[in-house]
Structures are given as structure tokens and as C-alpha cells.
Design a protein around this ligand. Sequence first.
Ligand SMILES: Cc1cc2nc3c(=O)[nH]c(=O)nc-3n(C[C@H](O)[C@H](O)[C@H](O)COP(=O)(O)O)c2cc1C
Length: 323
Amino acid sequence: MDAAAPKLVLAPIRGITDCIYRTALQQWFPGFDRAVSPFIQLRRGHSLRPGDVRQLAPENNRVLPVTPQVLTNHAETFTQGLRQLRDLGYAEANWNLGCPSPTVAGRGRGAGLLPHPDRIRAILDAVFSTSTVRLSVKLRLGRHDPSEATAVLAVLNRYPLSEVILHPRTADQLYDGELDIPRTREALSACRHPFVLSGGVSTMEGFTELSKQLPEVSAWMIGRGALSCPSLPARIKGKLSAENGTSREALRGFHDELFAGYSEWLSGPGHLLAKMTEHWVYLSTCFARPKHVFVRIRRSRDPERFRENVEWAFEQPMAPVMR
Ligand SMILES: Cc1cc2nc3c(=O)[nH]c(=O)nc-3n(C[C@H](O)[C@H](O)[C@H](O)COP(=O)(O)O)c2cc1C
């Protein structure tokens, strides 16, 4: 791998970037260096859920290295979760301080901790005094107020974190709206850890522009941009040019591998079709008429009809970026 090429991290997108997706993506569209898993919710007094253990089992994550992400605001539960992750083979975990969902942030977890740097400090004190697992943090600029990150970063600077990943929006903004570049610059210069930017990379041109504005970023985390255009990471790495973009065949191979993976992983055609429809929200944007394609796929009532509709979809013109 070219040492000068930007380091790329697949973002956690709950419901989408699970181990089946990560494996199929890396096999058909290599470009990411690593991934962070969607969050697993740690529960007081309980072990990891069997579904989370299955998702993170090393044998299901052989193709793309993954860092498990945890969601908690309770030090003891945190430490216990880290211990279980270490037993699964993980020397590093990522702590979610960004989830904006009212049921999470409203209960003082995820972005709900950002207005409380004192609580973050107390939790990290306890975790670092008892745990040997390496830790990184993914945060937003704030819950309601983008200036909250300043005090949080000052706390994060006190601990030997492996990296800090910033999604430069507030929780109130959810997933859309302007990224706050001036505050990102401030955060970058205030942060003493390797700094990863999450958000805003959805095209090659967008990446080029952002990387000029923020040259000190140590790695780039890409979520929806790669889901909607799986060849984007390879393009950013300089492995694909405009002329030899993603082929229809690679997209088909990727899709069929997802389908085969979920057919084994999930029980029953209902779950399988629901999961594949979730993926088609993004896959359909690879086609010239995404809405038209998605509506037809979503109408599939059974796997047989789904297969027919997939055949039809792959006969449709591709979006320009995919040709
Ligand atoms: C549907 C959805 C689910 C997400 N799930 C997670 C998650 O589990 N953990 C997390 O840290 N971020 C999560 N995110 C945030 C992304 O990781 C990322 O920070 C954000 O989407 C901005 O990056 P993008 O524009 O490249 O997608 C989620 C985003 C979306 C849209």
C-alpha cells in the first residue's frame, strides 16, 4: 500500500456497516484501511449480547480490521465491556460520544455526555486506572452547542487515547447541515491525539477540497459517501481513475455477496428482504434513476420477486460516477 495515500476508515453506520457488509465491501471494493463498528450498547451487570459477540467474532472479521465501538456512561460497565472485548481478541475499542438519538443522548449517553466534561473525565479516570485496552473516542462538536467540544477535548488530552474522531456537527443537527470547518480547525489544533475527520466526504472533489482545508487530519472516516459510491475509497487512494471507475460487474458481485451473507446470517425471508431493502437505499444511488430503482426493489414481496427486480435493476443505466 502507498504510504503517502490518505488513510481511510469505514464509518460506523448502524444497520448497514455490519460484519457482512464490511467483508463484502472490502472484497469487491478494497480501499479502506480499517473500520469502526456500529455501537454496541453495554448493559450494567450483563455480558455482551450474543448478537454483538457474533458480529465481532474474529472469524467474521478477517478481511477488514475493525475496532469495536461501545456506548455507555457507566465506568464499571465500560471496564467490564472492555474486558470482554479483550477476551474476544480486541486490543482497542472506540467510545461513542456522538450518538444524537433522544433515547441515547437524553439518557446521558453518546452526545448526551458532551455538555458534561466532568463526567467524561470521571469515567475515563476509572477506565484508565483498571483497563489495559487501548481507547479512541468519536465525538461531535456538542449536543446543543458547538463550543462544548473545547472543554471535552481538554479532558481527552489528559489520557493516552489512540485517536480522536470528530463528526463536526452538533447532535441537534443530526446527520445533515453544514459541517463547521472553523471549529474543526480549532479542535484539530487543540487536540494532541491523532485526529480523524468523520463527515463531508461524498465525492472525490469534496475530499480534495476538504483535505486542502484540513491538511493535518491523520485519517478520513467515510460513511454515506462510500455506501452510495463504493468505489470512492479506491478512487481517493488513487487506485481508480475516472476512466476505469466501478464496473457494473463489481457492484453486482458485491450485492450478490451481501445477499448470500444475509441469507445465511438471518432467519427467514422477511428479515432478509428487510435488510436488503435497507442496503438498496444506498445501492440504488449507483444507478442513474435511483428513486425509480429503489421503489421497484422495495416492492419485492418475496425473494423470487426480489431476484427478478435485482436483474431488472442491473439492466438500468448506472449513475455517471459508477460508469
Ligand atoms: C443511519 C446512521 C447510523 C449511524 N450509526 C453510527 C454509530 O453506530 N456510531 C457512530 O459513531 N456513528 C454513527 N453514525 C455517524 C457516522 O459514523 C458518521 O459520523 C456520519 O454519518 C457523518 O459521516 P458521513 O457523512 O461520511 O456519513 C451513523 C450515521 C447514520 C446516518
